[in-house]
Design a protein around this ligand. Structure first.
Ligand code: TXA
Ligand code: MG
Length: 326
């Protein structure tokens, strides 16, 4: 469906929100900012709209989607919340945390949203434009990151345009995403919580709230229906190769570095000169895009401390560096 739809970009403001909400109500797609990354939204109750999402992204069908809600009460109409889920929603929503919960039989959600699973992923984003849009739309909004499948998530409206021009009618422009990494995904369908995707809400923070949180058991995962396909090996990939824990930079390589580093130049980006992991996360995807140019064979990446938000950054970098299926 490339090139079929003229894509317009509009700024924040009541007219933009109203138009975006009206498009969603008609079963159309709208890209919008969240605090994590830009999402590509569709009415989560509408099979046709959700199917159009998969088509616009060239996304494999088995990837279930996150349903975005205006508030926790709206999420509770879609999923069964136990005491752990209630507590996390209370203390961490709105925010970059997605909860995988049992899907309510009366949720009214399109079956495509859960891709055949009997669970559903829900989150309440913490971004003013996103919240205004969700309130105005009055429906749950299924929204994967607004990139083509397997590519780097967009953290600016311009990135979305590069990814999806001609594939979506409207991009709501709301500046750069403050967090810059996709939300933490926590599976609460079992007795023990499982951290399916690391993000800005760290495992330590979750454990402080609800006790022990497990990491996914790779061996038990069925590769045909992965619990969190974001966990598939090669993901978030630039076109250039990515080399981790780099010291020296070879000819033809670009450098993505972190912390005090005197190296400079057109092919060098520093995620955070002061060594701030929050700043590094917010810059990660935009800098990978900057360095991903045809003349660059490989992006060398300096070591990033594997603590707190650094774990989520390293998770994304490992996927970007993983061997590609070809
Ligand atoms: O920050 C974010 O979460 C962004 C913004 C737009 O909200 N969205 C996002 O969506 O990253 P997406 O579709 O790119 O990633 C969704 C993740 C995937 O890893 C998917 O496998 C997992 O959530 N997921 C969704 N529903 C699930 C379910 N029922 N069970 C297990 N994992 C699920
Ligand atoms: Mg994604």
């Amino acid at each position: 469906m490339s090139g079929a739809v003229p894509t317009r970009m509009i700024g924040a403001g009541p007219a933009g929100i109203a138009e975006a909400a009206a498009l969603l109500a008609q079963g159309q797609l709208v890209a919008f900012p969240t605090e994590t990354v830009y999402g590509l939204g569709a009415d989560a109750r509408c099979d046709r709209a959700v199917a159009a999402l998969f088509a616009a992204k060239d996304r494999p069908r088995f990837n279930p989607l996150i349903v975005h809600c205006a508030d926790a009460a709206a999420a509770e109409r879609l999923a069964g919340f136990d005491a752990r889920a209630h507590h996390l929603a209370e203390v961490l929503w709105p925010g970059p945390l997605t909860l995988v919960l049992p899907r309510r039989p009366d949720s009214g959600l399109s079956l495509l949203v859960s891709a055949g699973l009997d669970s559903v992923a829900v989150r309440v984003p913490d971004q003013p434009l996103a919240r205004q849009l969700l309130a105005a739309a009055g429906c749950p909004v299924a929204a994967p990151s607004a990139n083509r499948s397997g590519r780097i998530s967009p953290t600016s409206a311009q990135h979305v345009l590069v990814e999806l021009e001609g594939r979506v009618p409207l991009i709501l422009a709301g500046g750069r995403c403050a967090v810059g990494l996709e939300s933490t995904v926590l599976d609460l369908t079992g007795a023990r919580p499982v951290l399916l995707r690391p993000g800005a809400v760290t495992r330590e923070r979750l454990e402080a709230e609800i006790g022990p949180v497990d990491l996914p058991d790779g061996a038990a995962a069925d590769p045909q229906t992965p619990k969190a396909p974001g966990q598939l090996i090669s993901h978030y990939a630039p076109v250039a190769r990515v080399r981790l824990h780099a010291g020296q930079v070879a000819p033809g390589e670009a450098l993505l570095t972190f912390g005090p580093d005197l190296r400079q130049g057109a092919d060098v980006r520093n995620l955070s000169e002061t060594g701030d992991l929050g700043e590094a996360a917010a810059n990660l995807f935009a800098m990978l895009r900057d360095l991903d140019r045809p003349e660059i064979s490989c992006i060398a990446v300096s070591p990033i401390p594997d603590e707190g938000l650094g774990r989520a950054i390293n998770d994304r970098l490992r996927r970007a560096a993983a061997p590609r299926p070809e």
